[in-house]
Ligand binder design. Sequence first.
Ligand code: OAD
Length: 434
Amino acid sequence: MMASPDKSLEAVLDDAVYMPPPTPAIADDPVEAAIPAASLPAAAVAAASPLPDRAPAAASSSSSDSGSESSTSSSPLRPGDLGGDADAGGACLSSSSDDDEERDLVARLRQQLSIGDEAGVQLAKEALLPSFDLAGVAQLIQSGKAKRIICMCGAGISVSAGIPDFRSPGTGLYSQLQKYNLPYPHAVFELSYFEKKPKPFFRLARELFPGNYLPTPTHYFMKLLHDKGLLLRCFTQNIDSLEKQAGLPAEAIVAAHGNFDSAKCIRCARPHPVEHVRQAVFAGDGGNACYCVKKSCGGLVKPEIVFFGESLPPRFWERAPLDYSEADLLIVMGTSLAVHPFAGLIDYVQPHVPRLLVNREKAGEAVFGGGLLGQQKGFTFGAGNYRDALYLGDCDDGVRQLCELLGWQQELDALVAAGRQQLEAAAQQAEAKS
Ligand code: OAD
């Protein structure tokens, strides 16, 4: 039986549906531009933020809920949240004016809003990072103020290992599924579609089964954070288990979308060895559906990767409220932040917690929602920024540069080399045995 998701957290995350970004310009010098601009929106956002109030409630109800039953539809990933209209979304508050009067007004508003919130968290008035880039984050870590770091990862961190992501145009998995005649690409991961037409998933599973891929420097960067006692948790959407391969212990990982470590019947929930699925998938020319060993059941058996229409694993609901309320730095890497509820977690760290996005493109940018002060969800990289750092580029380059700034470069290189050597030796041994 699956544990019931935490309703409070679910409600918070369900609220966190992004409208796609209004493509705000990033200022040439984000520090210069953002600090004055941060004043009003940051204070307003902090004042309006539900997080300090909701986090403890969510945490306690999560613990008490875990272990109870759930239905498979109670906390679905929502395909409706995939992508969207790039022109939609609210406007960012402008910060470009140098007008003294405006600065004055902003300063007075800041003062009026400096009242502290109910949880005793000081309203954010100042920039929380010396600069909104890798150097700013490196300084924060060096200062000892970031000791409980959450890493959130997506498919982009495994791209340099040779595993395609989902949505990159041309190279992403969703642009390569024409051969399966799907009504739309993500139908292949939809429970209702799978129940009617399981073959496309089983054919695709030949490509998805974790193979001889080696973890990337980004995976080893998380291992390095862990070894230094700085990693609170790695929340990953990836089903390739490369975090584990890089040496992160199970305790350090929340596999939010499951993985291929286990399999079960979708009708009677009977667990099956993953090998049972592997044999069906790789037999003959492949793509055979895999069925429950209990003949009277006859249900389909699938690896426990989370499909659209299924609940996320109990561990996600148990850990998220606790960890996100405790984190002091959030690092988001290689994800389009298009799929909820995972994507909504970026808003679940406290308002005084800095966040870093390392990605080829901007993702999860803020829009202003309703409410008196305009409740903000998502990253703010331009006007109004007070805590969000951005590195646009490949994850491996980003983490290498961050390590260089921290003086950790050699340690990272050593981890990568030793880790890969170990995995290659193990693979050779396994091959020799078989
Ligand atoms: P996406 O494919 O949606 O997003 C990958 C992001 O990584 C994109 O923004 C890319 O630009 C970026 N990217 C690609 N390569 C990169 C690199 N080398 N360095 C930095 N950034 C890079 O993948 P996810 O966000 O992980 O669900 O997708 C979320 C979920 O959607 C998946 O877990 C999957 C899918 O439907 C399930 O399987 C249930």
